[in-house]
Each structure stands twice: as C-alpha cells, then as structure tokens.
Design a binder for this molecule. Sequence first.
Ligand SMILES: *[C@@H]1O[C@H](CO)[C@@H](O)[C@H](O)[C@H]1NC(C)=O
Ligand SMILES: *[C@@H]1O[C@H](CO)[C@@H](O)[C@H](O)[C@H]1NC(C)=O
Ligand SMILES: *[C@@H]1O[C@H](CO)[C@@H](O)[C@H](O)[C@H]1NC(C)=O
Ligand SMILES: *[C@@H]1O[C@H](CO)[C@@H](O)[C@H](O)[C@H]1NC(C)=O
Length: 195
Amino acid sequence: MWKWKVTKGACSRLTCLSLLQALLVYALPVACSGEPCGAMCSNPLNGSTAVAGRHVRSYNHLQGDVRRRKLFSFQKFFLRIDKNGKVNGTKSKDDPFSILEIKSVDVGIVAVKGLGSNFYLAINKKGDLYGAKEFGTDCKLKERIEENGYNTYASAEWRNKKRPMFVGLSANGKPMRGKKTRRNNTTTHFLPMVV
Ligand SMILES: *[C@@H]1O[C@H](CO)[C@@H](O)[C@H](O)[C@H]1NC(C)=O
Ligand SMILES: *[C@@H]1O[C@H](CO)[C@@H](O)[C@H](O)[C@H]1NC(C)=O
Ligand SMILES: *[C@@H]1O[C@H](CO)[C@@H](O)[C@H](O)[C@H]1NC(C)=O
Ligand SMILES: *[C@@H]1O[C@H](CO)[C@@H](O)[C@H](O)[C@H]1NC(C)=O
C-alpha cells in the first residue's frame, strides 16, 4: 500500500489535486518520497508563493528561461549580492539586493544575477563565493533538486579534490567556503521563491 502523505504536507490544493489525478491515471503505487513529489510536498514553507514557485519552476527547464526569484536558505536567510559584489544572507524580507534573476544557460546550468547590484553569483577556483561583474565560467552553476525538495547550486566549472563546491550560507548567514560545502548539508540548500 502506498501512503498518502501529501495531505499532511504544505501542498496547495491544486498540487494535491493534480497529484491525485496522476495517481488515478497511472494507478501506480507512489510513496511521497521521490524527487519531483518531494519537491512539491516537503516544502517547509506554508506560504502559497513558495508552492507556486516550485510549481512554475518544475515546468521551466528550457534554455533561456528567466525566473525572478529569491533564494531562501534552509537556515532562513535570503541570499543577497550587494553593490560591492559581496555575497551573504539577510533575514530582511525586503532587501532589494536579495532579488535575483535565475536564467538557464545550458541544460541544468543556471546563471544567478542580483537585480539590485547587477552582479552574478560566482564561485572561483578556490571556492570563494562572490559577485562577478561580468558573466564568466565562475558564474555557471549546476542547479539540482535535492531529496528534501531544496535546490543546490554547485560550480559547474570548479571542484575541490573531485568534490563539487556549492553556494552555501552558514547558520549565521555568512558565505560558506566552497571547499567546506557538502550536498547533504543544509547550509547549501535553497528554495527559489517567486518575487
Ligand atoms: C506559517 O507558519 C508559521 C510558523 O510555522 C506560522 O506562524 C504561520 O501562522 C503559518 N501561516 C499560515 C498561513 O499557516
Ligand atoms: C551581510 O552584509 C551586510 C553588508 O556588509 C551586513 O550589513 C550584514 O550584517 C551581513 N549579514 C550577515 C548575516 O552577516
Ligand atoms: C554527508 O556525506 C558525508 C560523505 O560524503 C558523510 O560523511 C556525512 O556523514 C554525511 N552527513 C550527513 C548529515 O548525512
Ligand atoms: C554542516 O556544515 C556546517 C559547516 O561546515 C557544520 O558546522 C555542520 O556540522 C554540518 N552539519 C552536518 C549535519 O554535517
């Protein structure tokens, strides 16, 4: 028997409905732990914006697609890129430097630009997180949905001893050094929220 966990989650009624339809159509035993389902169901935010954001996002994987979002960290900071190219987190809901434009530049690869500063989110070879004035290889980020429904953003170019280096914000909202980041650590987990 499959478990019906969806109704307990933060799903919008629409999401649950379409999920129900999918189940009816395919009559498959689906437990709510797979990736696409996890993305919709284990959203810890109860606001409809985030749910809508996920919903929209999951259909937009085409190259050139542009999304205006905030990246909300697991530790509840909004990622910001300020006018000096400094990257860190803010708790403020209306920090203009936290409004970002996420654009697909290749399959699974995105560029994230701060609209307030015009700097691109970047990771250099050493793993430092910074804002880049021009788009370059440091700015190519591999976007992936993790099992808990959060996204990770890893440098598409640089690795540390074959390990990916991720965009991360510490529990204090400070930028993480890429070499210290891990996919399974929540400091690298972000929810793209519709602005
Ligand atoms: C959302 O969750 C927060 C804290 O978990 C709670 O204070 C708030 O009332 C909730 N909002 C709604 C609309 O359920
Ligand atoms: C992020 O940087 C800004 C500007 O330097 C600073 O005012 C703010 O306190 C920093 N935030 C955190 C969480 O350190
Ligand atoms: C994360 O993965 C590393 C190995 O890559 C492992 O040593 C560590 O225990 C994992 N941590 C958690 C919290 O899952
Ligand atoms: C996640 O990373 C932070 C910073 O490196 C570390 O302090 C923390 O122990 C890690 N958590 C887990 C569960 O591995």
